[in-house]
Design a protein around this ligand. Structure first.
Ligand SMILES: NC(=O)c1ccc[n+]([C@@H]2O[C@H](COP(=O)([O-])OP(=O)(O)OC[C@H]3O[C@@H](n4cnc5c(N)ncnc54)[C@H](OP(=O)(O)O)[C@@H]3O)[C@@H](O)[C@H]2O)c1
Length: 226
């Protein structure tokens, strides 16, 4: 069976990715920065391997990649994310901005740079970056949320760049908007439950071909403008 690695896997969308891939018989590497908070992962059945990983810790990312170096990886899901302070124009916290960029923007590229070797050994050769419609420059009609929006817009640029650099090596790299989802980040009044979001994204992921390399999808498969 294929192998997937998911970051930010202890709750929300990440946990649902882990649960459903494991149910389907995949080998799953579930990464969480705080193993003590990862009880939900440990209670799952299937081939689920839990790793401590703060995605902003470059040494730990490199060390995990080394420890999994003999194992082909089919799919990397850069899911870990942070919203940061919900501030408007004139209230920007520049230190918080830097830390959100570390999680949402720098870490996904670092993961790909460190895991590209094992991804190349896998058959799937797929990288999924969980972005957001908030990162779409074309869709920004309401302003605000400079920190989160810019971090995801930059992530989208990374998706595009990776698609150009890794496409010739057989990779498919895409960004997803998971919908407005009922998680700690999305809040209780969000549009859809995690199950619907992840089921939708998994359906799209299952149907990806190299022709989709460098595209930005809604969770239901609709293509979104950058
Ligand atoms: N929910 C929505 O409506 C929505 C909409 C658009 C995009 N998204 C994106 O979807 C992804 C998942 O979000 P979610 O809704 O599931 O949010 P969530 O419930 O708040 O979960 C966020 C996850 O990211 C992890 N994380 C944060 N910083 C980390 C770090 N430095 N290292 C490792 N893990 C870290 C968290 O770990 P801890 O438990 O340790 O904090 C948690 O597991 C994010 O990229 C988010 O931006 C969500």
């Amino acid at each position: 069976m294929p192998t997937v690695l998911v970051t930010g896997a202890n709750r929300g969308l990440g946990l649902e990715f882990v649960r459903t891939f494991a149910d389907d018989g995949w080998r799953v590497h579930a990464c969480a920065r705080n193993i003590e908070k990862a009880k939900a992962i440990k209670s799952l059945s299937g081939d689920v391997n839990c790793h401590r990983l703060d995605v902003t810790d470059g040494l730990k990312v490199a060390s995990l990649a080394r420890s999994l170096a003999e194992e082909p990886l089919d799919l990397l899901i850069n899911n870990a994310g942070a919203y940061g302070p919900r501030t408007g124009f004139g209230e920007t916290d520049y230190e918080e901005w830097a830390s959100v960029l570390q999680v949402n923007t720098l870490a996904p590229l670092r993961l790909v740079e460190r895991f590209v070797g094992v991804l190349e050994q896998g058959e799937g050769k797929t990288v999924v970056n969980i972005s957001s419609r908030m990162g779409s420059i074309a869709s920004n009609s309401s302003g605000g949320s400079y920190i989160y929006r810019s971090s995801k817009a930059a992530l989208n640029m990374i998706t595009k760049g990776l698609s150009v650099d890794l496409g010739p090596r057989g990779f498919t790299v895409v960004s997803f908007h998971p919908g407005w989802v009922q998680t700690d980040m999305g809040g209780e009044s969000a549009d859809i439950p995690v199950q619907e979001s992840v089921a939708g994204m998994r359906k799209v992921i299952a149907g990806l071909t190299t022709a989709d390399n460098g595209r930005f999808f809604n969770f239901d498969g609709e293509e979104l403008p950058w």
